[in-house]
Design a protein around this ligand. Structure first.
Ligand code: BEZ
Length: 212
């Protein structure tokens, strides 16, 4: 197990899931992906999270992002729990839930934090780019359900940065002004952003969202 940092290669693995065996890199291909862990099946916060991700699946699809969940429970437990997720949240599981009873994936991705819990995974999120490198990591405790709208917001920002040489300011939301990356000169920025930019400081140049 090594700590995974931004820019590191996302480790490959083969594992059973509710949608069959997943060879992670093959399954992902050159798409974006979210791999997220949850501590345990048949637990309340996890039930709400998995239903929420299932409800947001069209939003992940629209952004070209594949989603997979993982926990240290068995495939049989995942299948038995799926009915509860649909019952409670109204959303049937529509993405692969990886069974990791031997903790292979959990250890590869450092999802067990022994000083929090020595057997269960914490709530980790990895956003992985088309080049298989890690673009975002988040770690939440078992007691706090994640905000998956925030995960989508970050993906919007990451995809803009990848395509248009812009960064995004605090609390930015899709459609709002972006920041010209400092690496571009004013001349390069004028050529790249036909809508222009406003220099609030020499190092803080704001431009309308370029893909709008
Ligand atoms: C939950 O999903 O509710 C949960 C899971 C593990 C520990 C605490 C809460």
């Amino acid at each position: 197990m090594t700590t995974l940092r931004l820019g590191d290669k996302a480790p490959d693995f083969s594992a059973s899931s509710t949608e069959g065996t997943i060879d992670f890199h093959d399954w992902k291909g050159d798409a974006w992906a979210v791999l997220f862990s949850h501590p345990r099946d048949f637990t309340p916060v996890c039930t709400t999270e998995l239903g929420r991700v299932a409800g947001l699946k069209p939003e992940f699809d629209r952004r070209g992002v594949k989603v997979a969940g993982v926990s240290v429970d068995s495939l049989e437990e995942h299948r038995a729990w799926a009915g509860d997720i649909e019952d409670v949240t109204g959303h049937a599981l529509n993405f692969p839930l990886i069974a990791d009873p031997d903790r292979k994936v959990a250890h590869l991705y450092d999802m067990i934090h022994p000083n929090a819990d020595d057997t269960l995974t914490v709530r980790s999120v990895f956003v992985i780019g088309p080049d298989n490198t890690i673009k975002l990591t988040l770690t939440y405790p078992a007691s706090t359900g994640r905000n998956f709208d925030e995960v989508l917001r970050v993906i919007d920002s990451l995809q803009l940065t990848a395509g248009y040489a812009v960064a995004t300011p605090a609390d930015w939301r899709d459609g709002e002004d972006c920041i010209v990356v400092p690496a571009l000169s004013d001349e390069e920025a004028r050529a790249r952003f036909p809508k222009g930019f406003e220099a609030r400081k020499p190092y803080l140049r704001v431009t309308p969202q370029p893909n709008r």
